[in-house]
Design a protein around this ligand. Structure first.
Ligand SMILES: O=P(O)(O)OP(=O)(O)OP(=O)(O)OC[C@H]1O[C@@H](n2cnc3c(O)ncnc32)[C@H](O)[C@@H]1O
Ligand SMILES: [Mg+2]
Length: 480
């Protein structure tokens, strides 16, 4: 029994035809779908670019811990399937072979038509897949580049769609083709129109339906199916505008879809090598910080250590005048000593009424013998005369990831959160100035938030999300 989701990728909404079938055939399985609508259509793009984009989608989904990958896009299957299969350790299924197999089963005249994108037609993948199994099949392929835009603009039911489909399919009419492969996952959304033009004697093959049967078989073969009776869920992501996606998806799937927008342009364009080590050290002596940072790596199977694990190490002095300088000093310094990848955070509170103080001195604001209570007492004293409206402030976190002895390659990201300093402490969670840092949008101080809630809005959370997008590619860059 395995409740991890199955990942589905497509250039846009087309892959939803496969998702619909998956929900029908595999109701216990959790599903996660990503459509790369921002860079659609894939059909006319060079194969190498489609492969790079596909890897970016895959790397995003791998972080969501998918147990199997379904490439619900014919163009991406043609361009990237063999590469994905060779490099991934989870099972990978494409849409072409299952569709080709079904066409061979269906045809009596042994003449099969294939409509697909320019890229798929150019790759000749359907003809090759069919000829591997049955050399006698005649395959006539037709590029239909106008169909994907019709679907993506939700024009499937318009008069224009009717006319475009009829014009596109004209070369296939009055032939002895008795089976037509819809060789793009977008096309089943136009199925009634296609069937109407081709006539009822032509069997339409929906590659997606066939693909899900193969997925089902592989789940059993690898023993990774979800348990029966489980309540499953489906999550949707798009790199484009969620609004139109939601309209098409909700309509097609018959369920209220609320897709999340994601940017995957910083994802690596090929397989991400495993970490050179299974240990990352967070170069901090502040347990509150370490906890927040470790949460991000918890899902990576990486052991997160902190300076508390290395009590013998000398301190690195924070002599910089900016957060970045100090974070670099800490990351580079400890990476050199430990010969391990080291992540450091330098952060602080910047209060407008105090000209940005305490800033880089936040930890030692109260001077000798400083601690959170003393720092907070000094802050409140300094602001005693300042009216509420003028007590605006922000937290800043700068993270620097360093590899041993390569300071020129440090990865640097920052995040901020804006709020107001209140006169009385509220809440007991978090650390440092959290009980006094009020976030108007939430009506709470940071100390009144759970760790997850704080990470969702905090300066460190924002910086960590940027880091999350970048650090894998950064590792990779270092290897070359
Ligand atoms: O240098 P390390 O060992 O990482 O730990 P530190 O606590 O000294 O960390 P900094 O030098 O970066 O100083 C940051 C100070 O800013 C304050 N601070 C930073 N992030 C905070 C947060 O999320 N909530 C509350 N206070 C925070 C807090 O007082 C920290 O001690
Ligand atoms: Mg410090």
């Amino acid at each position: 029994m395995n409740t991890q989701p199955i990942g589905f990728i497509d250039s846009g909404v087309g892959g939803l035809t496969v998702v619909k079938e998956a929900r029908r055939q595999l109701p216990n399985e959790n599903i996660i779908f990503l459509g790369d609508q921002a860079r659609l259509p894939y059909g006319p793009r060079p194969a190498a670019q489609v492969r790079a984009f596909t890897w970016q989608m895959v790397n995003f989904l791998l972080r969501q811990h998918i147990k199997m990958l379904v490439v619900a896009c014919n163009t991406a299957t043609g361009a990237a399937l063999s590469d994905l299969k060779a490099k991934l350790s989870i099972p990978v299924v494409g849409v072409i072979v299952p569709g080709a197999r079904a066409a061979i089963r269906a045809t009596h005249t042994r003449h099969v038509g294939v409509i697909a994108t320019v890229g798929t037609v150019r790759s000749d993948a359907y003809a090759q897949a069919m000829h591997q199994k049955a050399t006698d099949i005649q395959v006539t392929s037709l590029a239909a580049p106008k169909l994907v835009p019709l679907v993506e603009s939700n024009e499937m039911h318009s008069a224009v769609a009717k006319r475009v489909v009829a014009e596109t399919l004209r070369p296939l009419q009055h032939t002895d083709i008795d089976t037509l492969v819809m060789g793009c996952t977008h096309y089943p959304l136009l199925k009634p129109l296609i069937q109407n033009v081709m006539g009822d004697d032509v069997t339409l093959i929906d590659s997606g339906v066939q693909t899900v049967s193969e997925v089902s078989m592989l789940l059993d073969y690898f023993g990774i199916a979800a348990a029966p009776g489980q309540t499953s869920n489906a999550q949707f992501y798009t790199t484009g505008a969620a609004k139109l996606f939601n309209v098409i998806a909700s309509d097609w799937l018959g369920l209220a879809v609320a897709a999340k927008h994601v940017d995957i342009t910083d994802e690596p364009q090929t397989v991400v090598p495993k970490l050179p080590t299974d240990t990352i050290v967070v170069a901090s002596k502040n347990p509150g910080k370490v906890k927040e940072i470790a949460a991000m790596f918890a899902t990576e199977g990486v052991t997160v250590k902190s300076l508390a694990d290395y009590p013998e190490l000398p301190d690195v002095a924070e002599t910089g005048t900016t957060f970045e300088e100090n974070a670099r000093l800490k990351a580079d310094g400890y990476a050199r000593m430990l010969e391990l990848p080291v992540l450091a955070d330098d952060s602080g509170l910047m209060v407008d009424a105090l000209g940005g103080q305490p800033g880089v001195f936040s930890a030692r604001y109260a001077g000798a013998g400083h601690n959170d209570a003393a720092n907070n007492a000094k802050l409140i004293a300094e602001l005693a005369e300042v009216p509420d409206a003028k007590r605006t402030a922000k937290f800043v976190s700068t993270l620097v990831f360093a590899k041993p002895n390569q300071p020129e390659r440090d990865l640097v990201v920052s995040g901020t959160v804006s709020g107001r300093i209140v006169g009385l402490p509220q809440g007991h969670d978090g650390f440092g100035y959290d009980p006094y840092f009020y976030v108007p949008a939430l009506g709470k101080t940071l100390a009144e938030l759970s760790p997850t809630e704080k990470n969702a809005i905090s300066h460190r959370g924002a910086a960590l999300r940027k880091l999350d997008q970048k650090w894998r590619a950064w590792y990779q860059e270092d290897e070359s």
